[in-house]
Design a protein around this ligand. Structure first.
Ligand SMILES: C[S@@+](CC[C@H](N)C(=O)[O-])C[C@H]1O[C@@H](n2cnc3c(N)ncnc32)[C@H](O)[C@@H]1O
Length: 286
């Protein structure tokens, strides 16, 4: 199975999600889903998927949100999960119960030929920040929606508001080279942090009634399993994991030591809660 069509400008992200990024999410899928479960809760609350609706889940990864949405729209509804990562979609297909109305497409949402005017809801948990030209990608996704359809997605606010991602990175940087500098609008986890930019992108793509709701959450990096689990999580997700990719074992061990010492300051019993900040973005297909 290969990616049928893709925008060349997304090639680097597509390679990343079919390479080290996708592999890490795969290895950590259960832990990751537990960590991000509170995000799914607020997102689904705002998305308000109803029985009978057709939902497009963009950047669905290992399929957890697509499966949860399918439970909400059955019977009569259907979910299409779209992702560029072959290994993550293979996991999604394994996890989806046969009786649920959910399909998956290996595709770049920028150019995927959505069935025109069918979708009632476009939804995504952190799957829309990786497009080289986001207004074009959203305009293409909008083609798959009926008039009046809803959009609801989660994206990160600024790095400084997300110590749960920033603190491990800062500790890793004591030992490993810095990642190449990325501009605030370059594809990546924080590319939708600026409220004005998100507004402009969605407006240009043809959406209206655009709202960004700030949500602050505590992320337990340990998932209730103590300091070592938190260190493992901190090294396996977000920008710290990108910085540690392919580094020699000795440097990774030194980084782990620094991360452990920093996280120990935040430990409460078997949990290691750190602050995270996101937007829940909603809009309507005008
Ligand atoms: C941070 S992960 C989130 C995965 C999933 N939504 C979740 O919450 O578990 C981002 C996902 O976006 C996908 N992605 C990146 N660029 C994409 C594109 N152009 N079209 C479709 N999916 C894309 C990645 O492959 C990855 O699975």
């Amino acid at each position: 199975m290969t990616l049928a069509a893709a925008d060349d400008r997304n090639a680097l992200e597509i390679a990343y999600w079919n390479g080290p990024g996708g592999q890490r999410w795969l290895n950590r899928q259960q832990v990751q889903d537990a960590l991000l479960a509170p995000v799914a809760e607020v997102l689904f609350d705002r998305a308000a998927a109803r029985v009978g609706e057709i939902v497009l889940d963009i950047g669905c990864g290992c399929g957890t949100t697509s499966i949860a949405l399918a439970r909400r729209v059955a019977p009569g509804g259907r979910v299409l999960g779209i992702d560029v990562s072959l290994p993550m979609l293979e996991r999604a297909r394994q996890l989806a119960p046969k009786e649920l109305p959910v399909d998956f497409a290996l595709a770049d949402a920028t150019v995927y030929p959505f069935e025109p005017g069918r979708g009632d809801l476009l939804c995504s948990r952190f799957g829309v920040m990786f497009f080289a030209e986001p207004a074009r990608s959203f305009a293409n996704m909008r083609c798959g929606l009926r008039g009046g359809a809803r959009l609801a997605f989660a994206c990160w606010r600024e790095p400084r508001e997300n110590p749960w991602l920033l603190l491990p990175l800062q500790e890793a940087y004591r030992h490993v080279p810095r990642l190449p500098e990325v501009g605030p609008e370059d594809p990546g986890p924080f590319s939708f942090a600026a409220e004005r930019r998100v507004h402009a992108i969605l407006e240009r793509a043809g959406f209206g009634t655009i709202e960004l709701q700030p949500i602050d959450l505590l992320f337990d990096l340990a998932n209730g399993r103590g300091l070592e689990a938190a260190v493992d999580a901190a090294m396996g997700i977000g920008p710290a994991s990108r910085a540690l990719d392919g580094q020699p074992a000795a440097l990774r061990a030194a980084a782990a030591e620094s991360i452990r010492a920093a996280l120990a300051q935040c430990q409460v019993g078997d949990t290691v809660p750190l602050r995270g900040a996101l937007w829940i973005v909603t809009a309507v297909n005008a």
